[in-house]
Design a protein. Sequence first.
Lengths: 239, 294
Amino acid sequence: MLKLDDVSVFYGRVPAVRALSLEVAEGEIVSLVGPNGAGKTTTLLAIVGVLRRIRGTIEFEGESLKGRTPEQIVRSGIALVPEGRRIFADMTVEENLLVASSARRDRGAIHGEIDGLCERFAALGTYRHTVAGKLSGGEQQQLAIARALLAQPRLLLLDEPSLGLAPKLVEGMFALLRDLRERGVTILLVEQYAAQAVAVADRSYVLRSGALEISGTREELAGSDVLAKAYFGGVEDAA
Amino acid sequence: MTEILQTAINATSSGGFYALVAIGVALIFSIMRMVNFAHGELIMAGGYLLLVLAGVPLLLAVLIMILAVVLLAVIIERVAIRPVRGANPATLMITSYAISYLMQNLVLLTVGGEPRSVAVSRHLLKPIEIGSLNVRLIDLITIATAILMIGGLSVLSRRSLGGQQMRAAAQDFTMARLCGVRADRIVAVTFGVSGFLAAIAAVLLVAQTGVLNTTMGQTPVLLAFVATVLGGMGSLSGAAVGGFLLGAATILLQTYLPREVADYRDAILFSLVIAVLLVRPNGLIAGRAPVTRV
């Protein structure tokens, strides 16, 4: 479904990601983990067209995304839940969701769908007409996810969705990802919370300093110390 | 009492005018982080278009002029600004200066440099008596127009998808694009709306003064820029409030300053602005725009 082939992403002359190849098949949950500065966010931003200085090819459903703008890429079926959520803090929850439906053609269906999301994410229903900046971190995360879902993505990219959430909310978050997959959404998940991300994902890629360290299925990575070593350079997993 | 009311009406009219100009400048700043000095030349262009259209029935002339100025604003964005969009604020500001001088010189070459007079309608300037008040129709029209425009914009920005997209883009342009907001389109629409406000300002200004010259838009826009800083850069309501206060203060100072210091009106006005900014460096209503030095 998504295929990165030998992709390097540049900030100025310096590549933040070097020669990364990665694949996500339809229906999978794939995680991209690694320490701070490994190039995880850079990779996601390159996929959605925000970062344009790229070498190599990125293909989605067999078509190259080269030269496409973020607004075109979201229309082709990829939505991003960005790092730090980036909700529109001065606008109400409902306004956030309406803006998020910009990519949709079937405008008639939007209001019903927003009603549905407000039921599914109870906090959004409660605060529907409240300015989004007043929501708690967990509620804002729900809003960021609901916003991405309104684009009706076939592939959902999430950048550190667990960051800043209480452990209990993190569990809910991962349960939600499994639920979304049941509904046919393919997921590429970026996390620093490596253990949980690797456990929820079918396959994982471990990045370090902009390059692929190892990759493998949950079974291959679970229980081995390969992951811990590659990831932390031998230091025990503190999470 | 009569005199106070009289002054209040004049101050409100002047404040309303500057609020409209300031919103035109602030709209583009909020989306692009660009201080658009060429806004003044859109006003100027609108004025000269009324001169060209002299003889056409007034309402029709105004309508044609508004359409032309909106179109001009959109063309300027497409030709001159889109190629440098995303450049640093200094580049954007210099670009807007370049457009501004280009337009002034185009008018110098085609129409000439001497001031021209254009009479929109003499009725507008004639004082009408309401009780013991002598009010010029143009002041009432200016006040009504400002209320209508600001009210309309605020409803549109909340209720229409375009308005919501514009506010989203103002807060986080990239995130808005990730939500599917088309960057080119939203910027073009913003310039169009800003051009519309410039055209309205042109009608009001020309009706008020009856004089055209190539630099007629500079002073209002400079004051509008100060107003957006005063109100809080990036905040539209801040711009409206700042513009209103500055415009109103101009009239109040003019009316109540003792004759000996009246010549220093602008110096006193801007001293007041500095004083306010010393107390509230982010403006009266702080916007969300990251503070950058320009």
